[in-house]
Structure formats: structure tokens, C-alpha cells
Design a protein around this ligand. Sequence first.
Ligand code: ADP
Length: 262
Amino acid sequence: RPGQRWTMRIAALSGGDRIIFLSDRSALDAADRMRSDFVANASHELRTPLAAILGYVETLQDMNGEANGEIRHRFLSIIDREARRMQQLVIDLLSISRVEADRFRRPTAEVDLREIVQTTIAQLRDSEAARAKDIVAKLGDAPLPMLGDAAQLGQLAHNIISNAMKYGHAGTPVTVELAREGKRARFAVTDQGDGIAPDHIPRLTERFYRVDEARSRSVGGTGLGLAIVKHIGERHQGQLDIESELGKGTRVSLAFPLSEGH
Ligand code: ADP
């Protein structure tokens, strides 16, 4: 195939026979390329806010105390915002590397998905995020036992609910639902927002993929939220489903297998 690369090794056996080893390098090359693209993207994402912070600090220093209160306040809030962006990016980078490292380790503890989602919603409400008041929870009464890592499932729920809060229109509800579907539990979050065009949907879980870069940045996005969701989902045998209609809104859901006997 075009672009395919092979490595050939020849070993001599006693008696004059030869063994030829052929190995396909392309799979390894692709993994290497993905890794170096990721490092390049991550460095670029960190460099942008860092350049802004250094620029504003330098300007304030150059003004030598002559900046009036209003200018100082404006510059400091930009520095604060950019530093927080870097902080969130570092948190998300650490999460993705941890989640990737755990990918093949099947969770063995039994947890209650309903309790985890309930706790996540309570945390979002406590965080005083302006949109938290718009969360409508329909979690049912029955526990939903499954094998899982509670912290990771909490993060998955947090990322999906915060996206709905970020991309749903102000003042519209963000509905969080849990339902039993036979031997599975479905977690679903629905928002009323701009929605996502169909060609973008398959790419949303790629690291740093954003439909609208400026929009994602202005709402504090890092472009890693759904990549983290994908890995946590796979680790828990959860099937991710994203349905969206332009101009109406989006529904992101995952169906997880319940524990045996439930
Ligand atoms: P981000 O940090 O940019 O929100 P994510 O990985 O969480 O990154 O999501 C990737 C992109 O998918 C977002 O930048 C946004 O364009 C789109 N997206 C995610 N959730 C929604 C949603 N509920 N409504 C509309 N667009 C969404």
C-alpha cells in the first residue's frame, strides 16, 4: 500500500539457512505521529494563554505604576482568566493521561450510577455556575448498580453536563436523565442550543477538536472534555451516542451495562 513501510531483518542459522523477518512499521509510525501531534497541540494550547499573561504583565511593568485603577483592573482580570485557562488545560491533560493509562483495567468495584450523577449535579449547583439553576434532574428512585470507577464516572457526567450548560442557550433547561433499558442504564443529557452539524459529530471525541474554536475558548473549553468522556465510556463498556439538530439542541447519552443480577 502507498506509504506503507517495512522493516526487514535477516538472521543466519547454522547450516547456512536464513530467516527473513518482515515487520509492518506503518502502525507504529501512526502511533508515533499521533503522539507527536498531541504534544504539538498541547504545547500550542498552553503557549497562547501564556503569551497573553506575559504580554499583560510586561505592559503593567512598563507602565511603572502609572496604570490607573481601571486599566490595572482590566489587565489583571485578563491575566486571571488566561491563568485559569492554563490551569484547566493542565487539569484536563493530566486527566486524559490518567484515563488512558487505565484504559485496559476493568473496574471491579460496584457503584451506584444514580448516586454518582446526583453528587455531580450537587457539585455543579454548589459551584454557583450561573447555569446550574437550569439543571432539571430526572433520575428516578431506584439505584443503578454497575461496575465502575466512581471518580471517573463523576468526571464523565460532569463533562457532559457542563457542555450542555456551556453550549445550551442561556435560560433554557439542561435535562439530565437516567433510565433503565433492560440490562443497561442510560445516562442522557439534553440541551436547547445551536446544535451540531452532522459532519462534525464523529470527530467531537478527538482531542482538541472543536466545532467553533472561538466559542469553545470564550466559554472556557479546552477541547478535551469529550475525548476524556470517550475513554471513560470505553473503560466502562458504555456506548456513546450524540444526537443533534441544528438550531434546536443536542442530546449526549451513554448506555452502561448494569451489574449481573440487576
Ligand atoms: P470543549 O472544551 O471545547 O467544550 P469538548 O471536547 O467537551 O471540548 O467538546 C468538543 C466540541 O464539541 C466543543 O468545542 C463544541 O464545539 C462541541 N460540543 C460539545 N458539546 C456540545 C453541545 N452540548 N452542544 C453543542 N456543541 C457541543
